[in-house]
Design a protein around this ligand. Structure first.
Ligand code: TRP
Length: 451
C-alpha cells in the first residue's frame, strides 16, 4: 500500500510503542492492584506474566502488522482471505474505539487535576472525595476537559506517523521518564517512606489466589496494549530492519519499569502520612493523593505544588501517548478502507469517539442510575472491552499465529528473513500454541463466572 508512512528510526519505533504501552494502566491501575493483592508477591507474578504471556503475544502482533503493512482489519484479510479470522481485526478496531471513548474521559480528569494543581487549587485542605465526585458527576466539565485532550490527540494523529506519532513520542516519552525519576527521588526522601518500600518489596504470598494470578495477567495485557490491534497497527509502520523480538522486549521492560516505579512514587508517599488507606481503589490518584500531597508537604507547600504538578503531568503524558495508539488503530482503518484523507479519517474518529465518551461521562452523574446488567455505561464499556473482548482477542491472535499461519512466514518475519538469529523460536511457538491460549481461556472463564 503506498503512502502509508513509516517510522523513521529504531528509537522512534521503541518510544512510540512504549508510549502506547505506558499509560494510565501503569500509573493508576498497577499500583492499585499491587496494593490490593499482596505487594511484591503480585509484582513477581506480574513479571512472570509479562515474560511468558505478554512478550510472545506482542511479538505475534508485530508479525501480523509488519508482514502486511496494513491496518488491522485488512491485515487479517490479507493473511487469511475469505475466512472468519477477519473478525479478529474487526473486533480489534471496535474495541480500540470503545476503550478510547472511556480512556479519553479519564484522561480529561487528569487534565483537570493538572490545571487545578497549576493554579494551586489542590493545596487547599478539603474533602477530596466530594470534590472528585462533584467534578465527575458534572454534566459538562469532564466532557470539556476530555474534548481538549482529544483535540491534542487528534492534531498529533492528523499529522501522520513520522511527524505526528513519532515526533511527539520522542518529546513526551523522555520527558515522562525524567518526571518519573524526579518523583521517585522526592518520594524516597519523605519521612517514613521506608514503610511503603517495605510494603512493595516484601512479598506476601498468602494473598495470592488463582484469581490474583489471573488479574495479574489481565493487567499485563492491558498495560502492554495487547490484543486490540494497537501494536499491530504500529508494527505496520516498522521498517524491514526493525528487530521484532528486541523491540517487544524493550517495550515490555520500559512498561514494567514504569509500572513498578509508579508504585515507588505512590506507596512511600502514601505511607509517609498517617491515616490514609492504601488500597483506596480507583480513587487512589484522584482522592488519596491530593490529601497525601497536602499532609506530606504542609511545612513546605511549594514542594507539594511541584510534586502534584509533576505527578498529574506524568499522568497526562502517559494518557495522551496511549490514546494516540488507540486513535491510530481506528484512524488507519478509516483512512485506508473508507478511502478518505488521514485528516478526515482522524476527524471522524475524534468526533464519533467523543460522542460515545459523553455517554460514559454522564454515567458518573445524570445517568448514574441507568444500568445494564447492573453496570453503568462506563463500567459496561470497560467490562466488554477489557474483560471480555481482550482475552478473546489474545486467544485468537495466538491461535492465528501459532496454528494458522505458515511457520516459515512467522520465522522469516521474526528473523528479518533469516538475518537476525532467534534461538528461542521453538519455545516461542510452544508458548503461543499451548501456554497462552490456556491462560487466556482461564482469564475469560474467571471473568465471566466470578466477576
Ligand atoms: N496500555 C495502555 C495503559 O496502560 C492503555 C492502552 C493503550 C491499551 N492501547 C491499548 C489497552 C490497547 C488495551 C489495548 O494505560
Amino acid at each position: 500500500m503506498k503512502d502509508r508512512g513509516s517510522f523513521g528510526s529504531k528509537f522512534g519505533v521503541i518510544l512510540a510503542s512504549a508510549g502506547s504501552a505506558v499509560g494510565l494502566g501503569n500509573v493508576w491501575r498497577f499500583p492499585t492492584e499491587v496494593g490490593n493483592n499482596g505487594g511484591a508477591a503480585f509484582i513477581i507474578i506480574y513479571i512472570l506474566c509479562v515474560v511468558f504471556v505478554g512478550v510472545p503475544v506482542m511479538v505475534s502482533e508485530f508479525v501480523i502488522g509488519r508482514h502486511t503493512h496494513a491496518n488491522t482489519i485488512s491485515a487479517y484479510s490479507q493473511l487469511a482471505p475469505g475466512t472468519w479470522w477477519r473478525l479478529q481485526g474487526v473486533s480489534g478496531v471496535f474495541v480500540a474505539f470503545l476503550i478510547l471513548s472511556y480512556y479519553i474521559i479519564i484522561s480529561g480528569w487528569t487534565f483537570f487535576y493538572l490545571t487545578e494543581s497549576a493554579i494551586n487549587s489542590l493545596s487547599v485542605s478539603r474533602d477530596y472525595s466530594a470534590y472528585f465526585n462533584d467534578f465527575v458527576s458534572n454534566p459538562w466539565e469532564p466532557v470539556i476537559y476530555a474534548a481538549i485532550v482529544m483535540l491534542m490527540v487528534h492534531v498529533i494523529i492528523a499529522r501522520g506517523v513520522q511527524s505526528g506519532i513519532e515526533a511527539f513520542s520522542k518529546i513526551f516519552m523522555p520527558l515522562l521518564l525524567v518526571i518519573i525519576i524526579v518523583l521517585v527521588g522526592c518520594s524516597f526522601n519523605m519521612p517514613g517512606s521506608s514503610e511503603g518500600l517495605r510494603f512493595l518489596l516484601q512479598p506476601d504470598f498468602s494473598k495470592v489466589t488463582p484469581s490474583v494470578v489471573l488479574s495479574a495477567m489481565g493487567q499485563a495485557f492491558f498495560s502492554l496494549s495487547l490484543a486490540m490491534g494497537c501494536l499491530c497497527t504500529y508494527a505496520s509502520y516498522f521498517g524491514p530492519d526493525t528487530k521484532l523480538v528486541k523491540t517487544a522486549v524493550s517495550v515490555s521492560v520500559i512498561d514494567t519499569c514504569v509500572a513498578v516505579l509508579s508504585g515507588f512514587i505512590i506507596f512511600p508517599a502514601v505511607f509517609s502520612v498517617q491515616g490514609v488507606e492504601v488500597n483506596a481503589g480507583p480513587g487512589l490518584v484522584f482522592i488519596t493523593l491530593p490529601n497525601v500531597f497536602i499532609m506530606a508537604f504542609h511545612n513546605v507547600p511549594v514542594l507539594g505544588y511541584i510534586f502534584s504538578g509533576l505527578f498529574y503531568m506524568l499522568l497526562l503524558l502517559a494518557a495522551v501517548t496511549s490514546a494516540m495508539s488507540l486513535h491510530e488503530s481506528v484512524t488507519a482503518y478509516v483512512h485506508e478502507v473508507v478511502h478518505v484523507s488521514r485528516r478526515t479519517a482522524s476527524s471522524i474518529v475524534s468526533i464519533s469517539c467523543m460522542l460515545l465518551g459523553v455517554t460514559c461521562s454522564l454515567s458518573f452523574g445524570l445517568w448514574s442510575d441507568f444500568t445494564i446488567f447492573d453496570m453503568t455505561i462506563f463500567d459496561l464499556f470497560d467490562f466488554v472491552a477489557s474483560k471480555i473482548l481482550m482475552p478473546i482477542g489474545g486467544l485468537v491472535i495466538c491461535l492465528f499465529v501459532g496454528w494458522y499461519l505458515d511457520k516459515k512466514l512467522v520465522h522469516d518475519e521474526i528473523t528479518n528473513q533469516g538475518t537476525v538469529p532467534f534461538r528461542f523460536f521453538q519455545s516461542f511457538i510452544f508458548l503461543i500454541r499451548y501456554v497462552v491460549p490456556v491462560a487466556m481461556t482461564l482469564i475469560f472463564v474467571n471473568e465471566l463466572l466470578f466477576r
